[in-house]
Design a protein around this ligand. Structure first.
Ligand code: SF4
Ligand code: SF4
Length: 329
């Protein structure tokens, strides 16, 4: 396997920007790390997960569905160039795997798959987290994984597409006979699993009906309905639909929705099945840890940590799960 320095990776991605719509981690002038093009900021592959919802690359906040002109409907077309997204963590890749499944279940969502088909996904892991923290190795679920050993990145392709691209990377072969990778895998396997255990235990308690409405009411009084948790969550897939007029044409767009808003489930009759904050807060957690377990066979919180980081009142999913386990075990 090849072992590349950060600068070599930057040159490699730059060389692919003609062929791909490149979204790499870049640092903006205010220090924020986002997924963008190399012309938008300094290449910033190190530093941990990107704060923004990484699945927004394929499921953006605003997305055009179709345009109607004089009664003729033109569906949204695939992007001019396939998307290449770089910098997804192991947890982000779990989230992407889920929303791939979500948008293909029963009805294949072409608006999503227009962007996802033909795309290239590059994961990042190892000793390149925030402040050098070790990030779990995904071991798949992407075309290429960049695994940092603290100095360089071991470049691990997992698909034919990934292999074809890595052949073009100008970097030395690692030459260690797999010793480096073995050591990094062991380090990854030894990462603490407390969050996983806590969230799984909370999921079990919720499904057993042990978590009371009084608890949800108490948590709900702290929610200010800012919607940040939904906007940051890579597995939140709810959207609403708007029709707008543009240059004499009707444009239908979909826009992310939030289950924390009063109007989320309000019906045309005025009836609102989630009219109280208690119901909305309970739903946010129950959906990912109980309803989805029944529907998909697994929870749909992949422990990325974003909702805990953005919630101004500290009721992200991990915080709430810790409280559930403490009170109801
Ligand atoms: S930690 Fe929060 S933001 Fe991340 S997947 Fe779970 S619910 Fe979504
Ligand atoms: S981020 Fe926190 S306060 Fe904001 S809507 Fe979500 S739970 Fe409520």
């Amino acid at each position: 396997m090849k072992r590349a320095k950060t600068e070599e990776l930057k040159t490699f991605f730059e060389s692919l920007s003609d062929k791909y719509d490149l979204r790499v981690p870049v640092k903006l002038h205010d220090g924020t790390r986002v997924l963008g093009s190399l012309s938008e900021g300094e290449f910033a592959i190190e530093g941990g997960k990107i704060p923004q919802k990484p699945t927004s690359v394929f499921f953006p906040q605003f997305d055009e569905m179709f345009v109607v002109t004089d009664g003729d409907v033109a569906m949204a077309k695939p992007p001019a160039k396939p998307i290449m997204v770089v910098g997804m963590t192991a947890e982000d890749l779990d989230c992407l795997e889920f929303i791939d499944k979500f948008f293909a279940e029963n009805f294949r969502d072409n608006i999503y798959y227009n962007k996802r088909d033909g795309s290239v996904v590059v994961g990042v892991s190892g000793r390149c987290g925030k402040d050098g923290e070790f990030m779990k190795i995904a071991g798949g679920k992407c075309d290429i994984e960049l695994i940092s050993d603290g100095e360089c990145f071991i470049v691990h392709p997992y698909t034919d597409k990934g292999e074809g691209l890595v052949e073009k990377l100008q970097a030395d072969e690692c030459g260690c006979g797999g010793v480096h990778m073995e050591a990094l895998r062991k380090e990854s396997d030894a990462l603490p699993k407390e969050d996983e255990e806590t969230v799984d235990k909370a999921s079990e308690l919720i499904r057993q009906g042990k978590v009371t409405d009084e608890f949800w009411d108490e948590i709900a009084t702290r929610c200010i309905a800012c919607t940040s948790c939904n906007l940051a969550c890579p597995t939140c897939t709810c959207f609403e639909v708007y029709d707008r007029e543009r240059d004499g044409k009707m444009v239908r767009q979909r826009i992310w929705d939030s289950c924390q808003l009063d109007g989320f489930m309000r019906e045309a009759s005025g009836h609102n099945p989630s009219g109280k904050q208690l119901q909305r807060t309970r739903r946010r957690i129950h959906h990912k840890l109980a309803a989805d377990v029944e529907r998909w066979g697994h929870r749909t919180c992949m422990l990325c940590g974003r909702c805990d980081e953005v919630c101004p009142t500290e009721i992200g999913i991990k915080s709430v799960c810790r409280e559930i386990v403490k009170r109801f075990s």
